[in-house]
Design a protein around this ligand. Structure first.
Ligand code: KG4
Ligand code: ZN
Length: 429
């Protein structure tokens, strides 16, 4: 008995010595980070341990957002202030860890709504000071881009990343956690998410009971799924949108053409609603697809992506749209690119993406890390931050004519009718 206990003790000593050594050699495996994300209207936190989620909590007020007709910065900031302590408490108790045992606290510093970001930043600073933690300031768009490396360890740098959210539309080449090349962007500050939210509001989709707490883009996706065959071509993409031969996006024009149609022709009837939504969604997809095609062809021409790195990553809230995912996967495959996306729940804003980017910063020994003894009482947050070096103008100057012809209207090539749940009760329209 005694012999067996001492053998066990000896084995345990060996095990811990081995684990310590492994920790020294492969510290990423055991890095544990809390992520705090408050850039828009979701209060989100997560604790991760390398690629394991120990806890993931998100509070959203989409029913309020829908009711007041969009995100109000003041309402959103108030929501963050009300929720943040509860979210933290739930996150820590679910993860069952002590904040003092973390390797760092990551927090979104921008881009986003300043008064919302401030709530997360102040909380992070206070926690770092109380629990003697490093502060890992995180860029929101970069963290959307890197999330995929949390969910899929096979994604290596560099990779092509298409970020589509409620605030941005960016085509980027990601060469490292803090090394991004910007290839294309929204020209008039209208993002695909914001455009979809506005169209959904004009269609009064939030008055459908099942969609009252659903964001605009997702509501359009759900209704579009019940469009009849060919419904996506009934209200086609207006002519003359984004004719310039660049990789930039003009969702402002796309949105205003559809809104003008609604203003001129009046409300869409209940029976025509699915086709209208399918057409709008398809037009957004087509706009993205043609810019993506040009971008890939230019990257190929300039040999900027190694053959073994032909990976396209989609992320940001709009990337949770299954029609857009499947359509862009189809386009990417024509060029020999594989498409990889985080799961929909990690495409929309969340704390895991923030925590993971913090972990990558630790791993890269980034100079942006603020060590325990240097954590200040307050830190600026930013509404706008460039994602990296902007070479979109150089891409535009090429006036590249897309060479590969792809029939983007034939959606049966990439969509199955049963791809989405159909909406049942359309009362209250
Ligand atoms: O990335 P995100 O959660 O927040 C920002 O950083 O902006 O993106 C939110 C946007 C909203 O505009 C929402 O309508 C859109 O993502 N979105 C979708 C879908 N789910 C969310 N758009 C289209 N289809 C979806 N399934
Ligand atoms: Zn976002």
């Amino acid at each position: 008995m005694i012999a067996s206990t001492s053998r066990q003790r000896f084995a345990a000593v060996l095990f811990h010595a081995g684990r310590r050594k492994q920790l020294q050699n492969d510290h990423r495996r055991y890095l544990r980070v809390l992520g705090i994300e408050t850039s828009c209207d979701d209060t989100a936190m997560a604790i991760i341990d390398d690629r394991r989620i120990l806890a993931h909590v998100r509070r959203t007020k989409l029913d309020v957002t829908n009711r007041v007709g969009g995100v109000s910065p003041y309402v959103a900031a108030e929501h963050h202030r009300e929720s943040i302590d509860g979210v933290l408490e739930e996150c820590v108790s679910r993860a069952n860890v002590r904040l003092a045992d973390l390797d760092g606290i990551a927090v979104t510093r921008g881009p986003g709504t300043v008064i919302c970001l401030k709530v997360g930043m102040d909380k992070a600073l206070a926690l770092c000071q109380t629990y003697r933690q490093r502060l890992l300031p995180v860029d929101h768009m970069r963290s959307h881009a890197l999330t995929v490396r949390f969910t899929d360890a096979s994604v290596q740098y560099p990779f092509l990343c298409f970020l589509m959210s409620g605030g941005h539309c960016l085509l980027t080449l990601v060469k490292g956690p803090e090394d991004f090349l910007l290839l294309g962007q929204s020209v008039n500050a209208t993002s695909p998410g914001e455009a979809a939210d506005k169209v959904a509001r004009h269609l009064r989709l939030a008055s459908i009971p099942e969609l009252a707490s659903t964001c605009g883009g997702r509501s359009i996706e759900i209704l579009a799924a019940s469009a009849p065959p060919g419904g996506h071509l009934k209200y086609p993409m207006p002519r003359g949108i984004a004719l310039q031969r660049n990789c930039d996006f003009d969702f402002g024009q796309l949105k205003s053409r559809y809104l003008t149609y609604l203003n001129v022709h009046g409300p869409v009837s209940e029976s025509a609603l699915p086709s209208f939504c399918a057409s709008y969604q398809h037009s957004s997809f087509k706009h993205m697809a043609t810019r993506l095609q040009r971008c890939i062809e230019i990257l190929d021409d300039k040999r900027m992506v190694p053959d073994d790195r032909r990976t396209l990553v989609l992320s940001g809230g709009v990337a949770s749209n299954s029609f857009i995912r499947k359509g862009l996967a189809f386009v990417a495959a024509k060029y020999g690119y594989r498409l990889v996306c985080p799961p929909p729940s990690l495409c929309t804003d969340n704390g895991v993406m923030t925590a993971w980017m913090g972990l990558e910063l630790l791993e890269a020994k980034s100079p942006t890390i603020i060590e325990r003894e240097n954590v200040p009482d307050s830190l600026y947050v930013f509404d706008r931050v460039p994602i990296g070096e902007d070479i979109s103008e150089q891409f535009a100057e090429l006036r590249w004519k897309v060479k590969t012809k792809i029939d983007l209207d034939d959606i049966d090539a990439f969509m199955l009718p049963a791809d989405l749940p159909q909406i049942r009760n359309k009362a209250n329209l």
